[in-house]
Design a protein around this ligand. Sequence first.
Ligand code: IMP
Ligand code: MG
Length: 426
Amino acid sequence: MFGDSRRTVVVVGAQWGDEGKGKLVDVIAERAAWVVRYQGGANAGHTVQIGDSKFVLHQIPSGILHSGVRCAIGNGVVLDPDTLFQEIDGLVKDGVDVEGRLYVSDRAHLVLPYHKLLDAESSASKEIGTTGRGIGPAYEDKVARRGVRVLDLRHRDRLEKLVTQGVEHAIAQLRRFGSKKTVSVKETLDLLDSLAQRLLPLAEDVGLVIARAIKSGASVLLEGAQGSLLDVDHGTYPYVTSSNTTAGGAAIGAGIAPTNIDAVLGVVKAYTTRVGGGPLPTEMDEKLAEETRRLGNEFGATTGRPRRCGWFDAVVVRYAARVNGLSDLAVTKLDVLDTFDRIALCNGYEVDGDVHSEFPADLTALERIAPKYEWLPGWKRSTADARRIEDLPVEARRYLDRVHELVETPITYVSVGTRRDQIIGL
Ligand code: IMP
Ligand code: MG
């Protein structure tokens, strides 16, 4: 992905998340100086497998697994300081050196225990099927201008005032939800006091640091979480997460200029999954979904929930290509389709005899559509050992060519397994 004219690269999910961004970031980060997470929080779960070790990262960029790479958590992230340190300690225990390589934007907002409680107690969160990590409530506080930022830990008086406001608001919300649970200012402050000593040394003006790195010619990878169809503006609202997951969000959330972005890699599965509620136009019948779930181990990395499975939806990915300005596509988990007799690609939505090729904003339109499929023959052979495109069965290549044509974006990577080496670069 990196080259003379490609120094700042964004990696986004181009479906509903869990496309395998963690693995792609891990592969590409080898040549990066910096990896920056730009939105979301501990709702993400990026799984990276190296040899026999499996790492699940929620907040720390997957680039941390390369010793020479420096990582940052941008201002656009809502940071859960408690789980951040659990994650750091877990990495250190597994022999990954984190010290001096991880920075946190001092502008990033904090996810506090009352945000998680609100997420757990809200019936709206249940209906959407959130991860329960307090993401929505933390972004709500940010936009309502009562959030607590990392830099507030430097000013104890102001921190106390902000936490008092936040707790008051949280209690009022809990009462409205009919919840009997409560939160206390003192417990929240005690937690923050104990975490501040560890968090403040990591705090930096990340936007400034990254702008300087870009100016000096360094390679910078901006790592998105979730997927484009979960973007609060462009996704299947209200069944979305609370941040801008798409490439525009990368500039905002890392604190750099949009003109600094040179390329955008969209990661897609060779099929589709989603966790939680909301439309999934190409959803398979339960028998096939169960088979796909088993073959692809489609269970949430954060919540363990079974993921819903569907065929590849080119309407969705073409839409994501447009909204993100994708320059490249990575197709992951091709090997999951190895045993299928035939494979479907959705190339349009049919409503009352008309075929629509653009993804609608109004979800009620999706209730009435029937996906229009084209069927391709399966390859019925293992692709797990393919390392060059020529190693793939002709049927698999035909499938990928058709994805490229329908999405109008060139494929740069194909992943054929969970391990780091199971990748084809085109
Ligand atoms: P929240 O981000 O926890 O508020 O959840 C909102 C929606 O986004 C729910 O449907 C979640 O299942 C979904 N979601 C959040 N994070 C991820 C992720 O990392 N992968 C897939 N879906 C996610
Ligand atoms: Mg995930």
